[in-house]
Design a protein. Sequence first.
Length: 177
Amino acid sequence: MWHILRQIVRTGIVTEPAPQVDAAERAAVDRLQHEILVILGKALTIREVDAGSCNGCELEIHALNNPYYNIEGLGIKFVASPRHADMLLVTGPVSRNMEEALRRTYDATPEPKLVVAVGDCGCTGGIFGESYASCGKVANVIPVDVAVPGCPPPPMDILRGILSAVQRRARAGKRQS
């Protein structure tokens, strides 16, 4: 026991420091929370769909829920049913086996719905492209509002993609009014 305690005292704290948030980013986050409430009148709910990915993008999406990014603190949460979702977050090239399931998920999501394609595979089909086993990019199966490239994209890029989809919807709603 004493050996372990001595080792802890000698080693010290080995974690990295917390990220510094500048005023511009804080203002952007506050503006986002306001836009989500104005557009949707409630929290933004997201249904994540893995259409055939390697799970690299899913790991980055799950990181959004940790205390470092705290996506729920922004009023954004993930739901299990597309019927409760405002947005679909789709990863991977759409495999032929997932094509119909993705269409049904899209159809089950109530209007106004947003779709964000995440990762190079979701945006362009990635290294898989279109083949007998793959439909390629998400836009080949359902309409996509925002594409977030990267293999995998970092969590901040995914969050920016979510925010830009919400902002586009806000601008489109203002034009229609």
